[in-house]
Design a protein around this ligand. Structure first.
Ligand code: NAD
Ligand code: ZN
Length: 345
């Protein structure tokens, strides 16, 4: 089979021909129907500091997936050949304090497939059966593969009430764009998006943002206050990882409002915590991974409702894996929303 392999500890990846793997105890083999690129895959491709410390080449890349089960390993009784599945990428231990208390998303012993083991940028892939999520047949593979990042967006947007609320989203990368459609589908009354890239502001509009702001040219806090009778937004959702965006959002959110932080900052961030969080009595949520399996049910329900506007977010579709270098370079340049591959041409 053909696979995208991180073959060397260096920039880039290679298209290789390897044997179709066989599922071991507790694993299933899937025919990959669709797979999408995550920011983490880009870090592995670019071979940044984090990737150098975590990834052990040679390894097949990728973790966002939709596929059909074609073989089942020993001891698997929850999944059958023919099942149409996606996968939670965090492999949790089930034994630590967090797992035992239902907080699997912060398991102390989390492993990630496609990061700590071979992934899904291939014609066939192994998925641990305990991580498989059965999809309804009516969800097309190009949407089903997006459920993992959609889960991040759902946990960010729905960490508190959203219906009828006014919302500021900072950052309209793939995750911020998913956040916009989740917020709109969940009944937010006003979604304001701050994003410096023209291309991504345009996507944000197409996805359903009510107002888009260029933070390099406009005063984000003033614009938000003007749009909310001087009060500020009820909810601030941080999807950029930009320190400036964090500060602007904390200024733009109304006192006693809610904040969800998903974006990861490149370094320590300094800001006036007394005036921007404590005296404003803000409710602040750090968001990581997805709640197992509550978030997957929510994502699946949103998909089934038909209310998510995913088509403008999927900016690039590739039949086959051979143009992967083009896809990664477009993503590096910020010229994409989500990129989806259909490995079987
Ligand atoms: P991305 O880098 O593609 O998108 C970030 C966007 O923020 C870009 O479009 C960029 O132009 C924009 N931006 C930059 N400076 C800004 C500013 N001052 N104001 C507003 N917007 C600004 O990343 P992504 O794939 O969409 O992911 C979003 C963030 O979420 C990243 O930081 C990523 O590391 C993080 N993430 C966290 C988790 C988690 O579990 N916590 C999971 C996945 C991704
Ligand atoms: Zn655990």
């Amino acid at each position: 089979m053909i696979a995208i392999m991180k073959s060397k500890p260096d920039y880039g990846a290679e298209l290789v021909e390897v044997d179709v793997p066989r599922p071991k105890e507790g694993e299933v083999l899937i025919k990959v129907l669709a797979t999408s690129i995550c920011g983490t895959d880009l870090h592995i491709y670019e071979w940044n500091e984090w990737a150098q410390s975590r990834i052990k080449p040679p390894q097949i890349m990728g973790h966002e997936v939709a596929g059909e089960v074609v073989e089942v390993g020993p001891g698997v009784d929850n999944i059958q050949i023919g099942d149409y599945i996606s996968a939670e990428t965090h492999i949790v231990c089930g034994e630590c304090y967090q797992c035992k208390t239902g907080n699997y998303h912060v398991c102390q012993n989390t492993k990630i497939f496609g990061v700590d083991s071979d992934g899904v940028f291939a014609e066939y892939a192994i998925v641990p059966a305990q991580n498989a999520w059965k999809n309804p047949k009516e969800i097309p593979p190009e949407y089903a593969t997006l459920q993992e990042p959609l889960g991040n967006a759902v946990d960010t947007v729905l960490a508190g009430p959203i219906a009828s609320k006014t919302v500021l989203i900072t950052g309209a990368g793939p995750l911020g764009l998913l956040g916009i459609t989740v917020a709109k589908a969940s009944g937010a009354s006003l979604v304001i998006v701050s994003e410096p890239s023209d291309f991504r502001r345009d996507l944000a509009k197409k996805v359903g943002a009510d107002v888009v702001i260029n933070p390099m040219e406009e005063d984000v806090v003033k614009e938000v206050k003007d749009l909310t009778d001087g009060n500020g937004v009820d909810v601030f959702l941080e999807f950029s990882g930009a320190p400036k965006a964090l500060e602007q959002g904390l200024q733009a959110v109304t006192p006693a409002g809610r904040v969800s932080l998903l974006g990861l900052f490149p370094r320590e961030v300094t800001f006036d915590i007394n005036n921007l969080i404590i005296f404003k009595s803000l409710e602040v949520h750090g968001i990581t991974g997805r709640h197992l399996w509550q978030t997957w049910y929510t994502v699946s329900n949103l998909l089934k409702s038909g209310k998510l506007n995913l088509d403008p977010i999927i900016t690039h579709k590739y039949n086959g894996l051979d143009k992967f270098e083009e896809a990664f370079e477009l993503m590096r340049a910020g010229k994409t929303g989500k990129v989806v591959f259909f490995p079987h041409k």
